[in-house]
Design a protein. Structure first.
Length: 433
């Protein structure tokens, strides 16, 4: 590929960090003790910190890097109802009642995040643009039509089918066979949303301690003793909010999380008429492939942000950028002369049952993670709910509390099976039916 795909201002960092740079927090001392220690400074950890600190708990939140260094400022900013398994699949596994309650949590999270952003006055370009889910084969299209027509009673959402003949009203390509628009889905600027959460957590009185890796967590008679790169701290309770960045510090959680790299590129600014032609209604877009592509315009509608999983093994952003550029121009040939201004990646956390998990381990540690690539609404929603559980508030209970958090024999957190699984799904994605 030609080297001219790089814009003069190319940087291997998230596009979002330009408008919302990583916060430089005043160096906070590590307290000797606190009520709740939170490991991880993304959406989950911060949402929990806000709820706990506002209710009088002394909270110390630690991140090994800058606040928001993980997925929370690297994602696509697509906000959806986010529970991956279908109602039918969940009913098969858990029965109709539990399935209904689990699917409802996705809708709750979507409604919750809109209210939360409005109530807190967080300036993060939140907009209910709707999401186009585009079918990559005729059979995927028919499955979407069936999905829209047979929504489970009580879980109905505003979704309308877009046949192939009308697709050009939604998207500037003829590659798809039709689609489904979910009207209530939204877009936000993840960097600004994260910055808003940092500010709210600080205002509530939580201590945010960055560049502080938690290296050992021991249980004792009165609570926990955390060894960190900045000293030792005692805590009555611990919340682990490390999602796709979970390390051997919490080995039993690491065995339950499958970290998967996902990558995004941002184009250089596009001519206004071209940007409008790509996604005329400014929707979020995803497709029905198993190894999906997801994309959107930037908040100022000047650039295309195009994401997907492009490598079976983890790769650096310059390599992923070339591959994403190739896929982007396959969908939108009109973008061939457009260059790449940003390229980055991050680790999402998949789970063996494709559901998020929150609860308390046998050793007393709380956890909240495993959003399977859809944590923009789920992470702050479940982070808040978990904090409410610690506070003894009834509204903290969720359909996912304490759901068996599966692992597999001999799995220790390194997904050796991923390249084979991805190769298989890629092959399936190529089947024309
Ligand atoms: C490229 C990409 C695109 C995505 N797009 C979307 C999207 O469009 N929509 C959507 O809903 N979701 C999306 N996601 C997923 C979403 O971003 C995540 O689900 C969500 O941000 C998870 O937040 P979190 O707070 O749980 O974890 P993170 O934000 O990942 O935070 C975990 C933090 O834990 C810290 N940590 C780990 N171990 C330790 C330790 N021992 N001590 C101290 N700190 C530690 C890490 O440094 C990290 O900052 C995307 C993810 C990626 C990577």
């Amino acid at each position: 590929m030609r080297d001219s795909i790089w814009a003069p201002d190319y940087k291997a960092e998230p596009y979002w960090w330009t408008a919302a740079p990583r916060p430089v927090l005043a160096p906070a001392p590590l307290p000797d003790q606190c009520d709740v220690a939170i490991v991880g400074g993304g959406f989950t950890g911060l949402a929990a910190a806000i709820e706990l600190a506002r209710n009088g708990r002394m909270v110390a939140l630690m991140d090994a890097e800058d606040a928001g260094w993980g997925c929370s400022t690297r994602n696509g900013g697509q906000v959806s109802s986010s529970i991956k398994p279908s109602f039918a699949e969940l009913r098969r596994r858990h029965g109709a009642q539990v399935a209904f309650r689990i699917r409802s949590e996705g809708l709750n999270a979507l409604a919750w995040i809109g209210h939360f952003i409005e109530r807190e006055g967080i300036d993060c370009d939140f907009a209910r643009t709707g999401r186009l889910h585009a079918a990559h084969t005729p059979s995927a299209y028919h499955a979407l039509v069936r999905e829209a027509e047979n929504q489970p009673k009580g879980l109905e959402i505003d979704a309308h089918v877009v046949p192939r003949a009308e697709l050009r009203d939604e998207i500037g390509t003829d590659l798809y066979c039709g689609g489904l628009v979910y009207a209530a889905h939204a877009l936000l600027h993840p960097g600004k949303f994260h910055r808003g959460l940092v500010q709210k957590a600080q205002e509530a009185g939580a201590s945010l301690i960055t560049h502080c890796a938690v290296t050992v967590i021991d249980r004792d008679a009165t609570g926990f003793r955390l060894r960190t790169s900045r000293g030792v701290m005692r805590a009555r309770e611990v919340i682990v909010a490390t999602n796709g960045y979970t390390t051997p510090v919490t080995p039993s959680l690491r065995r339950r999380i499958i970290p998967i790299g996902s990558y995004i590129i941002a184009t250089e600014p596009l001519p206004a008429d071209l940007a409008k032609q790509l996604i005329p209604k400014n929707r979020a877009v995803s497709d029905t492939r198993k190894v999906i592509f997801y994309y959107r315009l930037s908040e100022d509608r000047q650039r295309l942000l195009f994401g997907g999983r492009v490598a079976a093994k983890e790769t650096d952003p310059k390599i992923s950028a070339r591959r994403l550029h190739r896929q982007m121009t396959r969908i939108f040939p009109q973008l061939a002369p457009i260059r790449i201004s940003r390229s980055w990646g991050g680790f999402i956390a998949y789970t063996f049952d494709a559901l998020p998990h929150l609860g308390r381990q046998a050793d007393g540690m709380h956890y909240c993670m495993g959003y399977c690539g859809s944590g923009v609404s789920l992470a702050p929603y479940f982070g808040t709910r978990l904090a409410q559980q610690l506070l003894g508030k009834p509204e903290g209970h969720t359909a996912l509390d304490g759901l068996a958090f599966q692992t597999r024999p001999f799995y220790t957190g390194k997904p050796w099976f991923l390249p084979a699984a991805i190769a298989y799904y890629r092959l399936r994605d190529r089947w024309p039916f």
